[in-house]
Design a protein around this ligand. Structure first.
Ligand code: SF4
Ligand code: SF4
Length: 164
């Protein structure tokens, strides 16, 4: 009797629309809210949004983020405000892609985008550094660090608006 039930289940599913696809030749359309690999954003003027506050690291339940902050100066400026992330690393082997880091960020610097092709043959390759995470500087815009006019940038955490 169990054999008949088993065959019945098999034949029922044979007639259903298949759910598998031939990846990588075929790719599934990702949902808008899909959380893939992180990026560190810049403002339109090329300055980095990250201010090295470590709130993302504090919010991370997997202890996957390491941030080391340093002081901006007008001669060597990375971000608006007082500090920037001198070191920013995410251990992708620990990350569970929950998005808590994105929610905790006061400047919308860290964002989980749609890249999901993460594979490593060495554990050390799973550590994504700031250089790997930072988005490219927009065209015709100076990168970071750069020299800026004294007093243009306030010493407070920028609210979404950049003064430049
Ligand atoms: S997505 Fe979640 S687990 Fe991954 S770094 Fe952000 S807070 Fe940590
Ligand atoms: S990514 Fe956001 S929360 Fe994390 S250190 Fe930078 S500014 Fe702070």
């Amino acid at each position: 009797m169990n054999v008949v039930k088993g065959f019945a289940t098999t034949f029922k599913h044979l007639l259903e629309k298949k759910v598998t696809i031939q990846y990588p030749e075929e790719e599934r359309q990702l949902r808008e809210r899909f959380k893939g690999r992180h990026v560190l954003k810049r403002y339109d003027n090329g300055l980095e949004k990250c201010i090295g506050c470590s709130l993302c690291a504090a919010a991370c339940p997997a202890d996957a983020i390491w941030v080391e902050a340093a002081e901006n100066t007008d001669e060597e400026r990375y971000s608006p405000g007082e500090r920037y992330a001198k070191t920013y690393e995410i251990n992708m082997l620990r990350c569970i892609f929950c998005g808590y880091c994105e929610d905790a960020c006061p400047t919308e610097a860290i964002v989980l985008e749609h890249e999901f092709r993460l594979s490593f043959t060495d554990r050390r390759d799973a550590i994504y550094t700031k250089d790997m995470l930072l988005t490219p500087t927009p065209p015709d815009v100076e990168g970071t660090p750069r020299e800026t006019e004294p007093g243009v940038y306030t010493r407070s955490i920028p609210q979404m608006e950049d003064p430049a």
